[in-house]
Design a protein around this ligand. Structure first.
Ligand code: KIV
Length: 275
């Protein structure tokens, strides 16, 4: 038996089959140790291009490169053994043509071993999703608030406030599902719109700031763990890692300054035991 066949990962068809059933639990992941911690609890881990903002300190996701996504994708694949791992395609890596998208998606999949890719899917992306899905690339779409469009749209704004905008999000959902995506992330829309889309499309909807009306949920992990002072209003903080890290590091610094030995056990004792 090969090392690979011992691990049973959740597949894209299994996520697809969860439509209207048990909610799909998703979080973002960017490195191996955190992926290992999230894996037992999650059905899907997304190596989001939010990595640019929450790990690399960029102001938006626009500066994220294919190489960054591949590097973080490889790390997450080493840490996660059970969850489906999807990797985001960064800005500029899929919009030019279906062929460009296929080439870069194939590169991400072969260099990371991930099970799926995600693209932000305005209606223009339907042809690209169809092209990739027909060629065996499992695709997740992303509609509503599309972070890669934030500069063009004047910021990270909720979508569907006007009738025209509402219809645009409904059209994005239909185009994404009809083109062959196996799931759709819906970001930053009101509950009634998320519910209408979820009841209409044939694939699971994964909400972020889009209410519990969706078939599953995703959050940016450092946001829900309380790593940052500011998080979007819709995010529930399940921990306060910023404060706890500050307290732990302050204690360590105090112990070093007091010359109280900062290791768990004196090296001398360890040497004596082992020797
Ligand atoms: O990049 C990301 O983390 C995402 C989530 C917001 C879904 O796309």
């Amino acid at each position: 038996m090969s090392a690979q066949s011992k691990t049973r990962r959740i597949t894209a068809p299994e996520i697809r089959a969860r439509k209207g059933g048990e909610p799909v639990v998703c979080l973002t992941a960017y490195d191996a140790p955190m992926a290992r911690l999230l894996d037992p609890h999650c059905d899907l881990l997304l190596v989001g291009d939010s990595v640019g903002m929450v790990v690399h300190g960029l102001d938006s996701t626009i500066g994220v490169t294919l190489e960054m996504m591949i590097l973080h994708g490889q790390a997450v694949m080493r840490g996660a053994k059970r969850a489906l791992v999807a990797v985001d395609m960064p800005f500029g890596s899929y919009e030019r043509s279906p062929q460009q998208a296929f080439d870069n998606a194939a590169r991400i999949m072969s260099e990371t071993g991930c099970q799926a890719i995600k693209i932000e899917s305005g209606t223009y992306a339907a042809e690209t999703i169809d092209f990739m899905a027909q060629r065996s690339i499992p695709v997740i779409g992303h509609i509503g608030l599309r972070p890669q469009a934030a500069l063009a749209e004047g910021g990270f704004k909720a979508k569907g406030r006007t009738d025209v905008e509402r219809q645009r999000v409904i059209d994005e959902a239909a185009a994404t599902a009809d083109a062959g995506a196996f799931a759709i992330v819906i970001e930053g829309v009101a509950e009634d719109l998320a519910r209408e889309i979820t009841q209409t499309v044939s694939v699971p909807t994964i909400g972020i700031g889009a209410s519990a009306a969706c078939d599953g949920q995703i959050l940016v992990t450092p946001d829900m763990l309380g790593v940052f002072e500011w998080t979007p209003k819709f995010v529930k903080r399940y921990d306060n890692m910023a404060e706890r890290t500050d307290a732990a590091v302050a204690l360590y610094a105090q112990e070093v300054r007091n010359r109280s030995f900062p290791a768990g056990e004196q090296v001398y004792n360890l040497v004596r035991k082992d020797g």
